[in-house]
Design a protein around this ligand. Structure first.
Ligand SMILES: Nc1ncnc2c1ncn2[C@@H]1O[C@H](COP(=O)(O)OP(=O)(O)OP(=O)(O)O)[C@@H](O)[C@H]1O
Ligand SMILES: [Mg+2]
Length: 510
């Protein structure tokens, strides 16, 4: 924890912080502090106030009460520009880069006026930062060509470029592959060693326990406690967050299998940059079955989900729902055919931000507007159904008329899950269904997926989380470079076997 460099920020304290939104007390007398060289994790359920507290520190929100002190002196942080000037940077839950610009242009964008550097100098400085902290980025790459993990690295480099001594990372790992998480952690450890202060938000307890020096837990806007990591356990943290015991394991009871609900026959498709992303994939999912799809992301998972949902054209092969060829059906037709889809990039593909909770819960066509305008809407029924779903999924919202945009990240995720599961679909494509949702909601969503299985839904569960795949699936298909390496039975496989298949290594088994 020794600071190798003298940093401007030695200690930051937030005290008695209060923040109100219409109908919500998002921060209720919260205290938080961090010092140079420390990684301080912030934990709490969806809507607990984590992002809000950090947006106050980053100057995006003004608190209704309380103080912020830097190195013992009270400060006012009136805007992000002001935060940056005081040495505070933030990597958001949802990135804010400009797609059409290059990495270097994005980094240089919006810098406070000063000596204007040429792009070549910006690129040079990015290279040296990326070398120093082990962050792989190509300063010349246009942002639209980058993966989510690469975009995040750009955000971190951007903050370092601006001289951030304290960096806030809001759920940085939610969008990363396990390998990228390891790389990020090594970068963050390096930064902490170098005297940076790091605030890390995550719903994954094992990550928090691996990285943090101290852990602060919020619940419903209130501070539950701050603890040293040493000596604290996962069940303890879970209880602090949720206020009750949380089942960290699921029971997977056998369900009789029915007919094939979905079948893919040698389906191929291209990815965003035109490469062959799916290469003659064949699989089938039966009624009452969860077929897990494991694999390092970027091996065709996204394209697989999109071709089935009807959002990406195939270049070959056939897709069947209930024995009928639906390869030429539109996304809306497939929804009518009984398909539900929980997309991976839910903030972009799953909701309309300006619409209310109720409107988003009853959207029939998830492909985005304009969708069919009905002449007649039964508002009472809509309201009742919405309220029920909000209760079941414990969506934290002041009302069903609140625009989705003002909900916390995890609560927006829950809305899409609630909508898709409420359709009682014949076939469900669930891509990273618990990404960004808290442990209580994860428990509930897993239970709902298993309930749907008992009711005969055929589920394709695409997940980066191997524990999740192993806990829920009946069979597991492993995708590697657009092909299915193998499909194994959950009963007889192991994490090791799947890990090898994910790396493209064939194992010999009966
Ligand atoms: N701009 C806003 N307008 C209105 N309400 C808001 C706004 N931002 C946050 N809230 C509300 O404040 C509460 C706390 O939200 P916040 O985003 O801080 O939660 P969080 O702990 O980050 O949750 P998550 O884990 O889901 O990201 C929520 O009830 C949310 O609906
Ligand atoms: Mg948040």
């Amino acid at each position: 924890m020794a600071a190798a460099h003298a940093r401007r920020i030695q200690r930051v304290e937030m005290d008695k912080i209060v923040k109100r939104f219409p109908g919500v007390l998002a921060c209720d007398d919260v205290a938080f502090d961090i010092q140079a060289g420390e990684v301080h994790a912030l934990l709490g359920e969806n809507g607990a106030g984590k992002s809000t507290l950090m947006k106050i520190l980053y100057g995006l929100y003004q608190p209704d009460g309380g103080f912020i002190r830097i190195n013992g002196s009270e400060v006012r942080i009136s805007s992000p520009l002001d935060a940056i000037a005081q040495g505070i940077g933030m990597v958001h839950q949802h990135f804010m880069l400009v797609d059409t610009l290059t990495v270097a242009e994005n980094v240089a964008l919006g810098l406070p006026s000063g000596p204007v550097l040429g792009l070549a100098q910006v690129e040079q400085r990015i290279r040296s930062l990326s070398q120093e902290y082990g962050i792989q980025v190509d300063p010349r790459a246009p942002v639209w060509t980058l993966s989510v993990g690469e975009r995040q690295r750009v955000e971190i480099v951007k903050a370092l470029y601006r001289g951030a001594d304290l960096l806030i990372l809001d759920e940085p790992t939610a969008v990363l592959t396990p390998q990228e998480v390891d790389e990020l952690f090594s970068t963050l450890r390096h930064m902490a060693h170098d005297g940076h202060s790091l605030i890390f938000i995550s719903h994954k307890l094992h990550e928090v326990l691996a990285l943090a020096d101290r852990i602060t837990v919020l619940r419903e806007g209130r501070l539950i406690g701050t603890q040293a990591r040493i000596g604290v356990t996962r069940p303890q943290l879970a209880r602090m967050m949720v206020g009750r015991e949380v089942l960290l394991a699921r029971t997977h009871v056998p369900v009789p299998l029915g007919d094939d609900r979905m079948a893919l026959h040698q389906v191929s498709a291209r990815g965003v940059t035109g490469q062959l992303a799916l290469n003659e994939v064949s699989l089938r999912v039966r009624s009452g079955e969860i077929l897990g799809v494991a694999g390092v992301s970027g091996n065709g998972q996204r394209e697989l989900a999109e071709v089935i949902a009807g959002l990406r054209p195939t270049t070959g092969g056939k897709i069947e729902l209930d024995g009928r060829d639906v390869s030429r059906h539109s996304a809306a037709q497939r929804t009518n055919d009984g398909l539900a889809y929980i997309p991976e990039e839910r903030m972009v593909d799953g909701v309309i931000q300006e619409f209310s909770v109720a409107e988003n819960l009853i959207l029939q066509d998830h492909t985005r507007p304009p969708y069919s305008k009905r002449l007649f809407i039964d508002f009472t029924a809509v309201a009742q159904q919405s309220r029920e779903l909000v209760n079941q999924f414990r969506v934290k919202t002041p009302s069903i008329d609140t625009p989705v945009r003002s909900l916390s990240g995890g609560n927006i995720q829950k809305i899409i899950l609630a909508r898709e599961l409420a359709r009682n679909p014949k076939v469900l494509i669930a891509a990273q269904p618990t990404r960004g949702v808290d442990i209580g909601a994860t428990e509930y969503i897993h239970q709902r997926l298993l309930d749907q299985r008992s009711r005969g839904t055929a589920t394709l569960l695409i997940s980066e989380d191997l524990d999740e795949v192993l806990a829920l699936s009946d069979r597991i298909a492993v995708l590697y470079e657009g092909r299915i390496m193998d499909i194994v039975e959950r009963e007889t496989t192991s994490a090791e076997e799947i890990g090898l298949l994910m790396a493209g290594v064939h194992t010999t088994h009966a």
